[in-house]
Design a protein around this ligand. Sequence first.
Ligand SMILES: *Cc1c(COP(=O)(O)O)cnc(C)c1O
Length: 343
Amino acid sequence: MKINIQNLVRKNILNLKPYSSARDEFEGGNGIFLDANENPFGELNRYPDPHQKKIKEKLSIINRISTENIFLGNGSDEVIDLAFRIFCEPGIDKVLTFSPTYGMYEVSANINNIELINLDLNADFQIDLKTLKPYLNDENLKIIFICSPNNPTGNSIKNIEYILENFRGIVFIDEAYIDFSPEESYRNQIKKYPNLIVSQTFSKAWGMACVRVGIAYASEEIINFYNKVKPPYNISQLNQNAVLEVLNDENIKIVSENIKLILKEKKLLIQNLKQLKLVQKIYPTDANFILIEVENADEIYQKLVEENVIVRNRNNVIKNCLRITVGSPEENLKLIKTLKSIS
Ligand SMILES: *Cc1c(COP(=O)(O)O)cnc(C)c1O
């Protein structure tokens, strides 16, 4: 299938002359810098690296992906929003999501005045290809968002291959939870599919939600458009330094130990939840959270809040469901104890 990325990009973005910062025009490290109207005094007085080169070099080595295939955003939320601004003409173009899923796709669509086609996942929270098929040839459908493992359901999504083989627009796979999952990342498929964007984040498995750094892996052509449209200094140097710190060998080891511990705790938590009468269903999960169905989610949510245990009430999204993030061993024990005392 022939894919032309330029044809998918908005005309104003194709023609856009991007902002050129002082750091774009002189990239050397030595000299006295009188070119950016920075203050000569202090420690936080300089603008950050606009292209986050050091982080990209680290990620490139760790994931065996060229730096040209990596974009860093102010959280994945920026990676999502920029996709709209690059590809979707307000008032004309459309995007497609499968619900229930992460709420930001819809919010970003609304902010950018883009129509959202929302198809329901089936009873197993999988994509129903038959309902999807008629949409695949819509010229104005620019992006299909797939969240896998999916939030808030926790399961990995199947049949993504089919969509990649049969859709000419952008396939955006949100892999915020991939580091908890036994499934392989689609980031290794960007060479095969020039229209694929895989987003990941430092917010979950890496334990860095506070620093707001998300990643997009995609063809060089797509990454170039991201770089053209992004705010020049989209990631602060403090945040870049925090990410560089977590990417050193010692800290990578700690992160991977923590992931193992979270997965072990998840297993234990599921065993304990199974014993509880008020838990009617536990959905399969490849992420660091568990979706459970209870008899009266609003009531149980409220009772947990009264005991200072805060879970996510998803009753308005999936009837009588609560989403529980796997916490520390002590936190998980407290949750189970509290649930026992409720029932
Ligand atoms: C938590 C989450 C993110 C993370 O967003 P950031 O802006 O990187 O913190 C992205 N996608 C999904 C589906 C999430 O649940």
